[in-house]
Write a protein that binds this ligand. Structure first.
Ligand code: GDD
Ligand code: MN
Length: 379
């Protein structure tokens, strides 16, 4: 008798399933990672001892880090069977990484913390004590302490200003609405997941805004300085702050993507036209060369707005940053050549430099839009 004749397949439908969806796991710990190969194993080891006696799982959500963090997570998975890994290809961003980790989580409660050892993982035990009495527990940096070690003064000021604005935008009183460390009931995440912003990093703020009815508790912890790796949120902090300002000014829900795209477009066009005007009109430089330099200024500006400035040793840009810049230039090469060619051709035909450049830039930008669809997204 063949195997297929021996196996009988039972009729099955959603109504046959049990009503309860919690398979005995108390808490799922989500660790978003981007280039954290040094930090991840330390944190995972810490968590195994901190969480002793609790049924828990760890979900690492890595955005295909260039430093091989996902390979480190794979090895950790051999050591500890309670680890899962989502390796996201071609998708980046802290908010969606956390959401995806949460949605995979099987625990009664879900908690997220940074994988870079800046958050005090021991707080999870205290959070677990509090969470049955409320909807969400937030690890807060500001309830008692006044500064964050390792932050320069502008980062501190931006963070402060962002926090104050965010507090004004929320109906609940929360001392650290931009915290990246919080615990929530799993069923609540499934209720809000489809309403969360797709970009940015202020997922907590987003949840609080969507659900002003949540009962919140806050626990204080010390935000530690980073030892390995670098922060990824330097430029994002500024953009999210701008986004917050705009969403305060226009209470109707604005799409964060439009704000980012608009900010990037305005700054790179400004860089381009300032360079072109300066070189061609004020200094009398020949038009095609001026337009080529102006196009380069726009590319540089756009890359810095998207990626920030990541310093490596000796204050020079880090190797990953430079590699990204090179890739970005290659991706925009055809568009840049077209910009200069179209502008040059039109000026050659007697058209004034301004309309010629606008048309050239429009053609070049459209070309970049098309090519970027075929290439992997830059961070
Ligand atoms: N998967 C994924 N994708 N992970 C990311 C990404 C991303 O695009 N960007 C950052 N991460 C991971 C980092 O690897 C780290 O584990 C964590 O998210 C926080 O990133 P950092 O780059 O270390 O953030 P930070 O220390 O500057 O910012 C802190 O303060 C913010 C408020 O100002 C964090 O605690 C944030 O969560 C917090 O919102
Ligand atoms: Mn950090």
């Amino acid at each position: 008798m063949s195997t297929s004749t021996r196996i009988s397949i039972l009729p099955f439908s959603p109504s046959t399933l049990p009503a309860e969806t919690i398979p005995g796991i108390e808490v799922s710990i989500v660790l978003p990672t981007y280039n954290e190969r040094e930090n991840l194993p330390v944190l995972v080891h810490q968590l195994q001892s901190i969480m002793a006696g609790v049924s828990f799982e760890i979900i690492v959500v890595d955005d295909d880090s260039e430093d091989g963090t996902w390979q480190v997570a794979e090895k950790l998975r051999v050591l500890y069977p309670n680890i899962s890994l989502i390796r996201r290809i071609g998708r980046k961003g802290l908010s969606t990484a956390i959401t995806e980790g949460f949605l995979l989580g099987r625990g009664r409660y879900l908690v997220v913390l940074d994988a870079d050892l800046q958050h005090d993982a021991r707080l999870i035990r205290d959070m677990l004590e509090e969470i049955p009495k409320c909807d969400m527990v937030i690890g807060s940096r500001y309830t008692e302490q006044t500064g964050v070690p390792g932050w320069n003064s502008w980062r501190l000021k931006l963070s402060r200003a962002g926090t104050v604005l965010a507090q004004k935008a929320l109906r609940q009183k929360v001392s650290d609405p931009m915290s990246g460390f919080f615990m929530i009931h799993r069923k609540l995440i499934h209720e809000v997941a489809d309403q969360l912003f797709r970009s940015g990093y202020k997922i907590l703020f987003d949840i609080l805004q969507k659900r002003p009815d949540l009962k919140i508790r806050e626990l204080q912890y010390d935000f530690k300085p980073r030892v390995h790796g670098a922060s990824k949120l330097t430029a994002a902090v500024m953009l999210d702050f701008l986004d917050l300002l705009i969403s305060r000014a226009f209470p109707a829900r604005m799409n964060v993507q439009i704000v980012r795209y608009g900010f990037n477009a305005v700054t790179s066009l400004a860089a381009c036209f300032i360079a072109l005007y300066g070189l061609h009109v004020l200094l009398g430089q020949n038009y095609p060369l001026a337009l080529a330099i102006a196009t380069e200024s726009a590319l540089l500006s756009s890359y810095i707005v998207k990626n920030g400035w990541k310093a490596g040793p000796h204050g020079l840009p880090s190797p990953a940053w430079r590699k990204g810049l090179l890739r970005y230039h290659l991706a925009c090469l055809l568009g840049s050549v077209l910009t200069v060619a179209v502008g040059w051709y039109l000026v050659d035909r007697g058209i004034s430099w301004l309309p010629a450049s606008i048309l050239g830039i429009w053609v070049g930008m459209s070309c970049n839009q098309v090519t970027s669809r075929f290439l992997k997204n830059e961070r």
